[in-house]
Design a protein around this ligand. Sequence first.
Ligand code: T5A
Ligand code: NA
Length: 211
Amino acid sequence: MTRRAPFIVIEGLDRSGKSTQTALLLQRMKATNIPAQLVKFPDRTTAIGQMINSYLQSDSDLDDRAIHLLFSANRWELASTIEQLLNSGISVVCDRYAFSGIAFSASKGLSYEWCRSPDISLPAPDLTLFLDISPEAAKERGGYGEERYEKEEMQRKVGEIFRRIGREISADGGKWVNIDAGREREAVAEEIWKWVEGVANGAVGPSRRLW
Ligand code: T5A
Ligand code: NA
C-alpha cells in the first residue's frame, strides 16, 4: 500500500518570503527524490480565484463576510485534490492556507470563531511553518504596499492572530513552527529543510481534518 505523504503548509505575513521559500523547498524535495506538488492559496486561476484576485487588486468591493467565504470556498475547491495527492504518496506544499483566511478576516473585526467555521474539516497540515517577520522589515522588501491588505497596522494585527492560531494548533496536537524569516534566504531555507526532512522521513499518521 502507498504510504500517505505529508501535508506541509507555509504561512506567514505578507512579504515574509513564503513564495520564495516554497519554490526553494519544492526544488530541494525534487532533488532528494521526494515527490511533491505545490498548491497556492488563493488559487487565482479558478472562477472563484478570479473574483478574489479582482477584490485584492481593489477592482471590486465585497462585503467582508462574502470575501471570507470566497477564500474558504477556494480551498474547498482543491480539498479533494490535496487528499488524493497525499494518499498517492505525493507531498503537498501549500503556500498559505486556512490560517491566512482567519488571520486576515479576523483582523478586519470579524469574530475569530465565525472566521474559523467555514474551514472546519479541511485537510489538516502535518506541519505548518510560520514565517515571522516584523512589519518594518517586510516593508523594506520589494513590492510591499501594492495590494489591499499590505498596510503596516493591518499586518501587525494579522501577526497577532497568526500567533494565537499557532498556540491553538499546538495545544491541539498539531505541529506549528515559528521561523524567523527576517534572515537571509539561505538561512531560512535551511531551517525549513530541517523540519521538512523530519516529517518526510518520519511516520505520518492517518489524515486529519482541521480543528
Ligand atoms: N488572504 C489569503 C486572505 O485574506 N485570506 C485567505 O484565505 C488567503 C489564502 C494575497 C492576499 O490574500 C490574503 C493575504 C494576502 O494579503 P498572496 O497571493 O499569497 O495573498 O500574496 P502575495 O502578494 O503573493 O505574497 P506575499 O506578499 O505574501 O509575499 P511572500 O510570498 O511572503 O514573499 P515573496 O517570497 O514573494 O517575497 C517578497 C519579496 O521579498 C524578497 C523577494 O525577492 C520578494 O521581492 N525576499 C527577500 N528579501 C530579503 N531576504 C529574504 N530572506 C527574502 N525572501 C524573499
Ligand atoms: Na506569495
